[in-house]
Design a protein around this ligand. Structure first.
Ligand code: AMP
Length: 120
């Protein structure tokens, strides 16, 4: 088990290390994408860096490209899976912005016309 990049008691670090299960969508060297356990829409997926960063500003800039590449691939994959063409892509940074899990994650939320989901 590799613990050197983990933050104790972080739920997403435990998913990355395999200590907690997830519904995996994609994995690369530095990122893991898995379905949101309480998705706002079918296919709602989170892309997380394997290393613990609390928010986007903490993440090493060298990971920017891989982050967006994974996000794009995940979006294409889940849109196909649920038969949607639109999606929200968002990061909540900090409590006031709605962040509740303090391990950086990007939400990809497939959308359909008139689905009525409220994305905050
Ligand atoms: P945020 O408000 O941006 O911090 O979003 C945190 C997201 O993590 C929420 O949408 C939760 O449903 C999701 N979440 C929390 N625990 C888990 C888990 N064990 N597996 C998958 N998603 C989770």
């Amino acid at each position: 088990m590799v613990y050197f990049f983990m933050s104790k008691d972080c739920i997403f670090c435990k998913i990355v290390s395999g200590d907690l299960p997830c519904d995996k969508v994609m994995e690369t060297e530095n990122f893991l994408a898995f379905k949101d356990i309480n998705g706002k829409a079918p296919g709602h997926t989170l892309v997380v860096p394997k290393k613990h960063y609390e928010n986007f500003l903490e993440m090493d800039e060298s990971l920017y490209k891989e982050f967006m590449d994974v996000a794009g691939e995940v979006a294409v994959k889940v849109l196909k899976e649920v038969g949607a063409e639109s999606f929200n892509m968002l990061i909540n940074n900090g409590r006031a912005a709605g962040q509740v899990v303090f391990h950086l994650h990007l939400h990809i939320i497939p959308r359909k016309e008139g689905d009525g989901y409220e994305i905050d």
